[in-house]
Write a protein that binds this ligand. Sequence first.
Ligand code: IMP
Ligand code: MG
Length: 180
Amino acid sequence: MQNDIDHVLISSERIQTRVREMAEQIVAYYDRQNPELTLVPVLSGSIIFLADLIRHLPIKMKLALVHVSTYPGRTTTPGESKTLLEPTGDIRGRHVLLIDDILDSGRTIRRVQAMLHALAPASVRTAVLLRKPSKAPTDVPVEFVGFDVEDLFVVGYGLDYDDFYRNYPHIGVLRREVTA
Ligand code: IMP
Ligand code: MG
């Protein structure tokens, strides 16, 4: 696996530090409201981020998983979202925090936000670990962002290529030959 990585973009240590800071921001934000909070992680890319983040959130919360597949198989450019499954838990009347790995074209988050709004939540806020600002659309509100990254295809810490590399602990850039 390591051999497929060209270089580390963000080390696991930097990720951990930033995830703790994001958790502090989220706690400060919701503490004021004492919310009925439901976290909505988008599968599968957000699972590592989610697992680390929620252990730094001392807030009573539920989880409702959604599944979207945007980059089907071996492509590194956004395609049409293939599947979008209903959340597995309570949304109605609850303060919802959507969690995703990366905001790229924004298509995924736009669709999930629309689906959530249709389920009558009390509020919808969004947290992403990574954002590609060169592409991120202005009409998709994202309140909490871990890192802004260049427009490169990255893997690790939950992010995949063809469903591989999710377990790579850093965020890394794949060697060109791997996706060629
Ligand atoms: P969007 O819909 O274009 O914003 O893409 C978001 C989804 O595409 C993410 O949830 C990822 O699953 C995937 N994605 C986008 N950029 C990357 C990348 O650089 N590496 C791995 N997956 C990515
Ligand atoms: Mg993906």
